[in-house]
Ligand binder design. Structure first.
Ligand code: FAD
Length: 318
């Protein structure tokens, strides 16, 4: 079922959902099930599965020269989605990127998803590959998530890249896109970022999931801004509980979000990461409860491959 239908059916009740990462290459699918099993009691209508593009690594040869290798450390997004739908009978939402995909690759990827009965996709641009500073699209690829949304909508209309195809089956993907309450790191301003977010909606995106945030007032201000710009689709807050002291530096650096001083102070006081996890869970419970009071349609948790803290939060909130 489509995310927008899940929201409509919930009739104002806030739903629980979460996002998982494919395991590192070499692990089996049981590690995914071990991550999902403890969270199923909270009735998620869907589970998101992230997509991880290729990385370049340089290996030194015997003669001292470097050989460039392309590696994909976390393959399996589509297979995991199929396995989730099959095992748990809930919708699985694959993330799909512009990066690393030509438009032809994108079309073929979408055809696979459609054949598997997948009804939703999260359309993203993706980041630059790790060894590069700026995002570079494929020569025949989409440059921005907005272009990817347009391509998906074209397929929903039965318009394939090869306009000589006959019997063009229409897909019917419901499309999610990313929103950034504290603006995307490359955007010159929040105004400009919201302008392009609106373009993604105009191009056919059906809902927004936000980047993680730790200060609800930033989310509320973002929603207000989006609404005043005429964005009417559901906006789903993304939440992540802090779990280690190191994340005090990693999260702002990696995700370009601020941490509130009160949270920082509490974490600095902790003697070990067990205590940090408790602070992170408590903070996230409070965020969740306040967001529910404001009638958000869904609370979407970034599990990052660990579900015990998400379970502790969901047990208090749902
Ligand atoms: P876009 O919407 O294309 O925006 C990128 C930048 O370009 C922004 O600064 C925007 O303001 C600007 N912009 C947009 N359109 C235009 C235009 N037409 N002209 C000029 N400027 C424009 N990454 C992964 O690799 N895998 C994942 O599974 C994944 N999942 C994510 C899930 C969520 C909920 C979020 C919030 C992020 C996720 N990311 C993931 C990270 C995401 O790929 C990066 O944040 C990426 O840098 C931007 O992606 P986007 O879709 O927001 O890009």
């Amino acid at each position: 079922m489509k995310v927008t239908d899940h929201i409509q059916q919930a009739k104002g009740k806030t739903l629980f959902s979460f996002e998982i990462l494919p395991p590192l290459k070499g692990q089996d699918i049981q590690s995914i099930f071990d991550n999902i099993d403890p969270l199923m009691e909270f009735n998620p209508p869907f589970v998101d599965v992230t997509y991880h593009r290729e990385e370049y690594v340089y290996k030194e040869l015997d003669n001292g020269l470097l050989k460039k290798q392309v590696v994909k450390k976390r393959p399996g997004t589509v297979g995991i989605c199929a396995a989730i739908q099959n095992k748990y009978q809930v919708d699985a939402i694959p993330h799909i990127l512009c990066g690393g995909f030509t438009k032809e690759d994108t079309e073929n990827f979408l055809i696979d998803l459609d054949f598997l009965g997948i009804k939703n996709v999260m359309a993203l641009r993706g980041d630059a590959v790790k060894s590069e500073t700026y995002f570079r699209p494929e020569r025949e690829g989409n440059k921005y998530a907005g272009e990817l949304v347009s391509q998906i909508q074209q397929l929903n209309q039965g318009n394939y890249l090869d306009d000589e195809l006959l019997n063009n089956a229409k897909t019917s993907f419901c499309i999610g896109v990313a929103g950034y309450p504290e603006k995307h790191m490359e955007a010159p301003s929040l105004d400009s970022d919201v302008y392009f977010l609106k373009q993604k909606i105009k191009n056919g995106a059906n809902y927004i999931v936000t980047q993680m945030f730790f200060d609800n007032s930033k989310f509320f201000a973002f929603v207000e801004k989006c609404r005043s710009e005429g964005i009417t689709v559901p906006i789903i807050p993304g939440l992540k509980p802090i779990a280690t002291k190191k994340q005090l530096n990693v999260i702002p650096h990696r995700f370009h979000v601020d941490l509130p001083d009160d949270l920082i102070k509490e974490i600095i006081k902790c003697d070990n990461n067990k205590q940090v996890r408790e602070v992170g869970v408590e903070w996230c419970i409070n965020q969740s409860k306040e967001l529910i009071k404001k009638n958000v349609p869904i609370l979407h948790y970034y599990s990052m491959g660990k579900s015990d803290n998400i379970k502790s939060i969901a047990a208090q909130v749902f």
